[in-house]
Write a protein that binds this ligand. Structure first.
Ligand code: ZN
Length: 199
């Protein structure tokens, strides 16, 4: 079976999506070109625009279309509280609980030496700059309760505590090995309310 070079290229490109193998990519490509060219055009436009305009917030590393994101610019947020999360989806999950009113820092990953993710990749330098500014009184570490998430939390708590800032970890309520973005708001809200200081 030979496909046209452009179709082949489309299939290969679709495989960059998580969990999409060759068969799925092929099905998607055929669907877009055969059945839904309007949808395909809108997808192409949205992807192009997002790629061009969505970047990282210069303060918290959240995804943003402006130098400072929504959460960093909102005046009603508590400057003395900083919540560290692994990814933007986790930030949204915490926002949905409406329990947390402080600001955020997004690691865009977790410490994972095997995957080449160290302090540099997680923007730790930027985090240190934030911590050194003196406004933050407490850091809530909300990395996932996976092995790597816990290791990251331990590393972060040391960074925070050496600067005489209170470090707290989100509490139980989250299943072990759980990922924040898949947890219901009530459980996550409970975990935030019952956070405990790391000693
Ligand atoms: Zn921000």
């Amino acid at each position: 079976v030979t496909l046209t070079p452009l179709l082949q290229e489309l299939i290969n490109s679709l495989r960059c999506l998580p969990g999409v193998g060759y068969r799925s990519a092929q099905r998607m490509a055929f669907h877009l070109i055969e059945r839904d060219r309007k949808g395909a055009r809108s997808l192409s436009r949205a992807l192009g625009n997002a790629l061009e305009k969505v970047d990282y917030c210069t303060r918290c590393r959240n995804l943003s279309e402006t130098p400072l994101c929504l959460y960093c610019t909102r005046p009603n947020r508590d400057e003395s509280l900083l919540c560290i999360v692994e990814c933007p989806a986790d930030l949204l999950a915490i926002e949905q609980t409406t329990v947390f009113k402080g600001r955020y820092f997004v690691l865009m990953g977790r410490l994972s030496p095997l995957d080449g993710l160290g302090p540099e990749e997680l923007g730790i330098e930027l985090l240190i700059t934030l911590l050194n500014q003196g406004d933050i009184k407490e850091v809530v570490i909300a990395t996932n309760t996976t092995v790597e998430g816990e290791a990251t939390a331990h590393y972060l708590s040391q960074l925070v505590k050496t600067r005489h800032i209170k470090a707290s970890r989100i509490a139980h309520g989250i299943p072990l090995g759980g990922e924040l973005e898949f947890i219901d708001s009530t459980t996550l809200g409970q975990a935030l309310t019952a956070r405990t200081e790391i000693i």
